[in-house]
Write a protein that binds this ligand. Structure first.
Ligand SMILES: Cc1cc2nc3c(=O)[nH]c(=O)nc-3n(C[C@H](O)[C@H](O)[C@H](O)COP(=O)(O)OP(=O)(O)OC[C@H]3O[C@@H](n4cnc5c(N)ncnc54)[C@H](O)[C@@H]3O)c2cc1C
Length: 677
């Protein structure tokens, strides 16, 4: 049983097999071709890819046959330069930002590095033909040209088998079309002598879009967008190839290596992990080559996946760590521990400059040329935590912060995370999904993917995956007509049920106690009953009051601050009969309509009712409304204190605390408007 099986020995399969081999795992990699492909596809690679190649031991060998890619010109049909994109000779990694290359040279270097690893078995000429899950891993059937069949078993299998991936198909993972599809001709030449041509030029000529790019010191490529009427046979016939490149070079300058046609596409696999099977490179995503990132992003997949698989295979992290792979690597689109754990997973400390440390666990680096010093200065930090795939996990202002940051990293690596009282255990993906659901809710109506993603603070492609899952569970629906998302039936049922179970008065109890503790004043809660404002809770404050009103009593609607709030926010057809009855029963004095309207209007604009010595002699009162999700007045909270009316500072403090209390309570009841303070 292997630890990992890799299907496909293209650049991504080679890089992944090499990295897993370096970590010490037993790896087998099968490739349908009997030898290396030996023809170029990728023309350039970036400094991040070079970091991984360096880790694999290929960098020095490669340097002799690649050319640093200094700039990328974008011209119009007349040859005028529209944009000259300049690349750094020394990117953050210390390598040149980009290199031009002849892909077989890169594959030779990678192959040589992988062949040095005794624990990696390369199986050229063996095509993967059947794949199925088995307990604790996967089983792969491979077949060679003679028809011989072999069965391989492994804990994990990674499909690095290119755009038409057998592994992806076998796992029934749809490959989503991102909407780009253009047929292009690709002509590669071996140079007979150096030519004075730009390193890379994109010719934005509507009559014939074209690209010419160096493939390192000995090769050059021209690419042309195909005309709709052209056939591949016609366009790739040598005379037609030369006819197209004649203005730049002739057979005396160079020899044609190959002329082919590719349909450049933009596609992404819907999932990159199905149980113990993962996808990487073109099998997971494809993009047009104009930015030179297809292979580079595949090598980044390999770097990301290799260290995670390593920790999972060594049982230093749970398999859920592999779910972070697509989340982090999705191109349309970050980890705690005791220091002992860090060292046990292979982490180490590197001190840059200063005196050589006495501590045997610390690697010491001399900062030749000040590369590190410059980087640290540019990023205003003193220490940095770097993951095995070179991503900077944390930049720290002080070395003393390292321990804490490593602890956070450990929690993210382990399935369990660090469970403390302040950081109770949770499932991160559910929390992220709930952010997306909250964004759908806050949109207030049908919303687009981009607006939901922006509100949830994530890339649209990531938000899309959560929306798909929320849709499957019925919490979100998507209109087949407009493509907009809205809350689904399950969300509606949940909301209605939550509302049904909600006991506003009980819920308000905690708020009342907090308001009393914060202000020291007596507070009460009133609901609208058959007899008008009815007191349902009373919490004594620290200042003794001359009187307490019994819970269940009705309050005078016009004289009490709570009553006035009902007057302001309930429909007049509800309040008027009660007010009239209170007048008739002598509870309230006769009133003037105009005066009642003015009081109600003042309260509606300030959000607060204030009365002085109206119900209880010597006491002033403030009252404010509590609304529910339907924007209905459901409760009134009042605060009572002696001489509140005369003392502006005390009144202001009490008003602020009261408004904060009713705002928070209303929010908990589903009210979304902002209360005025
Ligand atoms: C014209 C062109 C220009 C490009 N320019 C750039 C560039 O400048 N920079 C850049 O980064 N990228 C570029 N790319 C993209 C880049 O070439 C690809 O992204 C890269 O080759 C993908 O590597 P891979 O290992 O994932 O897949 P592949 O290179 O396709 O390798 C897949 C391997 O799997 C094998 N395989 C398939 N099926 C099976 C099976 N069933 N069993 C066993 N083996 C199997 C195949 O034989 C193949 O060897 C370019 C692509 C094209 C076409």
């Amino acid at each position: 049983m292997y630890d990992a099986l890799v299907v496909g020995y293209g650049p991504v399969g080679m890089a992944l097999a090499g990295l897993l081999g370096q970590y010490g795992h037993r790896v087998a990699v099968c490739e349908r071709y009997p030898g290396l492909y030996n023809l170029p596809r990728a023309a350039t690679f970036d400094h991040e890819a070079m970091r991984t190649l360096q880790k694999l031991g290929c960098a020095t060998r490669l340097l002799a046959s690649v050319v640093p890619w200094t700039n990328y010109e974008w011209c119009n049909g007349a040859g005028e330069v529209l944009i000259n994109q300049v690349f750094s000779a020394r990117a953050a990694s210390g390598w040149a930002e980009n290199y031009a290359m002849y892909q077989p040279v890169l594959e030779d270097a990678l192959d040589a590095a992988v062949r040095l690893l005794p624990n990696v078995t390369i199986l050229p000429g063996w095509t993967a033909t059947a794949l199925r899950a088995q307990v604790g891993g996967v089983q792969l059937q491979i077949q060679n040209a003679k028809g011989w069949v072999r069965t391989l078993r492994a804990k994990y299998l990674i499909g690095c088998d290119g755009g038409n991936s057998f592994v992806r198909e076998n796992c029934a993972v749809p490959s989503l079309d991102c909407g780009f599809r253009e047929p292009w001709l690709v002509f590669d030449f071996r140079l007979k002598r150096p030519l004075d041509l730009p390193l890379a030029r994109q010719i934005c000529d509507p009559a014939q879009p074209a690209v010419t790019v160096s493939l390192g010191p000995e090769y050059r490529r021209w690419s042309f967008m195909m005309e709709p009427h052209e056939s591949v046979e016609q366009a790739t016939a040598p005379e037609n190839v030369w006819w197209r490149v004649f203005r730049w070079a002739t057979p005396e300058d160079m020899e044609l290596v190959r002329a082919v046609s590719y349909t450049f596409q933009s596609r992404i696999a819907e999932r990159w992990r199905v149980g113990n099977v993962l996808l990487a490179g073109d099998a997971a995503h494809q993009m047009p080559p104009f930015l030179g990132q297809g292979m580079c992003s595949g090598i980044r997949d390999a770097a990301n996946l290799a260290w995670k698989l390593d920790l999972v295979l060594k049982e230093l992290a749970g398999p859920a760590l592999l779910d972070t792979y697509m989340l982090e690597r999705d191109p349309s689109g970050g980890v705690q521990c005791e220091l002992g754990f860090w060292q046990s997973v292979g982490g180490h400390f590197i001190q840059v400059g200063g005196d050589r440390p006495a501590n045997a666990h610390t690697v010491w680096l001399r900062d030749r040329g000040g590369t590190y010093r410059t980087w640290f200065e540019q990023h205003s930090c003193r220490a940095v935590i770097v993951r095995p795939d070179f991503y900077v996990y944390a930049g720290l202002l002080d070395v003393s912060e390292v321990g804490q940051s490593l602890q956070r990293l450990w929690a993210a690596l382990s399935d369990e995370g660090t469970v403390t009282e302040s950081n109770p255990q949770g499932i991160q993906s559910i929390e992220i999904g709930m952010r997306v659901l909250a964004a759908v809710e806050k949109a207030g109506g049908p919303a687009s993917l981009t607006s939901i993603a922006a509100a949830a603070g994530m890339a649209p492609s990531k938000a899309h995956r959560y929306l798909v899952s929320l849709g499957r569970a019925g919490f979100v629906t998507q209109s087949g007509y407009s493509g907009l998302y809205d809350l689904g039936n399950a969300a509606r049922r949940l909301g209605v049920e939550a509302m049904r179970r909600m006991d506003e008065v009980n819920l308000a109890g905690d708020y009342l106690v907090r308001l009393r503790d914060k202000t020291g004043h007596t507070v009460n809660l009133t609901v609208w009953g058959d007899s008008g404002p009815t007191l349902v809770r009373w919490e004594h404050g620290s200042i003794p009051l001359p009187i307490a009103v019994r819970v269940g009593s009705s309050l005078p609607i016009l004289a009490s601050s709570a009553g006035r709030v009902f007057l302001a926010f309930l429909p007049i057809v509800v309040t008027q009969p009660v007010l009239q009855r209170q007048v008739n029963e002598g509870i309230a004095p006769p009133y003037v309509d105009e005066e009642v309207r003015r009081i109600a209007s003042d309260i509606r604009s300030s959000g607060l009712a204030v009365t002085s010595q109206a119900v209880i002699p010597g006491l002033d009162a403030l009252a404010a409304p509590v609304f529910d999700a339907q924007e209905r007045l459901v409760l009134v909270v009042a605060l009572l204190a002696p001489r509140l009316y005369a003392n502006a500072v005390a009144r202001r403090k009490a008003s602020t605390a009261l408004i904060e209390c009713v705002s928070a309570l209303s929010h908990e009841l589903g009210y979304t408007k902002q209360a005025a303070i």
